[in-house]
Write a protein of this length. Structure first.
Length: 235
């Protein structure tokens, strides 16, 4: 899969100041107006995830393309790497982007939609990983997170598909708390680029026929963790 390399900076940010400038550049380029593709328009959807070693700087990024109808894997790409950017709250995307993009570039199937384990505009500067990835690849992209980060929401109904707006203190809607399983904690959907919140939530429900988290996330997480364990040196 060829990503839109023209959207990338000449070199990856190495400092917090450089990362903040690049984050602002990408945020300004995000398409937050398009409704994007509906579930019936998508044949191939990809999930990405990164697993980190606990005793070293090693990491593994995985990109998994699923058939959108069967939710079975069509192609898997994995990249082993190492952390090249320090831990800075609000700039976590820069720890993952190089390896995630490298994994996406290894794909021979081009997905029509990307789903991240993380945030889109539900981010203090409205620029989570899904914003970065969507702009850099040119693909519709949204995030599905396990926690609401710094945002609040109203009560979510107990039935599958129930939702409540995820809002800032100023009342700006930045996503939706969405119930994917009856009586199970909701997930938190936020758009990144090229897709609207209603369609992002519709895709999320399509990708969660049995579990709380999307199959895209489950597959990418599983693959990256297994490769990380396999790559770890024997004791």
């Amino acid at each position: 899969m060829d990503t839109h390399s023209s959207a990338r900076p000449p070199s990856w940010p190495q400092t917090e100041e450089e990362a903040l400038a690049e984050q602002e550049r990408l945020r300004a380029r995000a398409d937050l107006a398009s409704p994007g593709p509906a579930p019936e328009d998508i044949r191939l959807v990809a999930g990405v995830d990164v697993s980190y070693a606990t005793d070293s700087d090693a990491l593994v990024a995985a990109a998994v393309v699923l058939d959108a109808a069967s939710l079975e894997p069509v192609e898997i790409a994995v990249v082993e790497g190492s952390v090249t950017f320090p831990y800075v709250p609000g700039l976590l995307a820069f720890r993952e982007l190089p390896s995630v993009l490298a994994a996406l570039e290894k794909l021979t199937h081009t997905p029509q939609l990307l789903v991240c384990d993380g945030y889109g505009i539900a981010h203090p500067r409205r620029a989570g990983l899904a914003v970065h990835l969507g702009v850099l690849t040119g693909l519709p992209c949204f995030g599905v997170a396990k926690t609401p980060f710094v945002f609040g929401h109203g009560e979510v109904g107990h039935e599958r598909g129930a939702g409540a707006a995820l809002t800032s203190e100023e009342g700006e809607v930045v996503g939706r708390a969405l119930r994917t399983r009856p009586g199970v904690k909701p997930v938190f959907v936020s758009v990144g680029h090229g897709i609207g919140l209603d369609n992002a939530c519709a895709h999320t429900l399509r990708l969660t026929p049995r579990f709380r988290l999307p199959e895209t996330t489950r597959w990418a997480d599983r693959v990256s963790r297994e490769r990380l364990r396999a790559a770890a040196p024997s004791a």
